[in-house]
Write a protein that binds this ligand. Structure first.
Ligand SMILES: CC[C@H](C(=O)O)C(=O)SCCNC(=O)CCNC(=O)[C@H](O)C(C)(C)COP(=O)(O)OP(=O)(O)OC[C@H]1O[C@@H](n2cnc3c(N)ncnc32)[C@H](O)[C@@H]1OP(=O)(O)O
Ligand SMILES: [Co+2]
Length: 134
């Protein structure tokens, strides 16, 4: 079911500083910062030859990454995003296997304009998993 690794997300308190680290210190190719109000984050993508790094900063009052950053004030790896051929079929299969699909199970449009879902970290080796329609 899961396919390509679309991105690895890193949550940070200071997106500009993190972007400078990936651009200047690591020599990465970074995108502009894009506010994603529906998701409560602002994103920067670092394009790599084989995948992407998604830098995330909280946006707004009840950002879903706020408590993660309280627990990890220096930032940290927040989630992995895998591509799937059919996100609704993947969702139904996962629910059938007892996995917790977050956000009521309805896909939402993510940073790449495609439907995404999130799976509870407690069901996936302590790792927050995002699925993106390929
Ligand atoms: C623009 C879209 C973009 C894209 O790529 O398209 C994005 O990626 S948007 C990314 C931001 N949005 C989300 O992350 C949505 C899904 N996430 C959530 O709904 C929450 O983050 C949630 C429910 C996974 C956790 O929220 P919160 O930390 O506030 O809940 P708790 O404090 O109750 O934590 C519960 C339990 O889970 C552990 N936890 C939380 N986050 C993570 C994580 N990222 N990785 C691993 N574990 C995590 C937390 O430590 C708690 O464990 P416990 O043992 O009970 O203390
Ligand atoms: Co993501």
């Amino acid at each position: 079911m899961i396919g390509r690794l679309n991105h690895v997300a890193i949550a940070v308190k200071d997106l500009a500083a993190a972007t400078a680290v990936y651009r200047d210190t690591l020599g990465g190719r970074v995108s502009d910062a894009v506010p994603q109000p529906d998701h409560g984050v602002t994103t920067v993508f670092v394009e790599l030859p084989n995948t992407k790094i998604e830098l995330l900063e909280p946006l707004g009052e009840d950002s879903p990454i706020a408590r993660f950053l309280d627990r990890n004030p220096d930032g940290g790896i927040h989630h992995l995003c895998y591509e799937v051929e059919d996100i609704l079929a993947a969702r139904d299969r996962l629910i059938g296997e007892g996995a917790r699909v977050l956000g009521g199970g309805e896909p939402r449009i993510g940073a790449h304009g495609k439907p995404v879902l999130f799976l509870h970290p407690k069901d996936f080796c302590g790792t927050l998993v995002e699925l993106e329609q390929a």
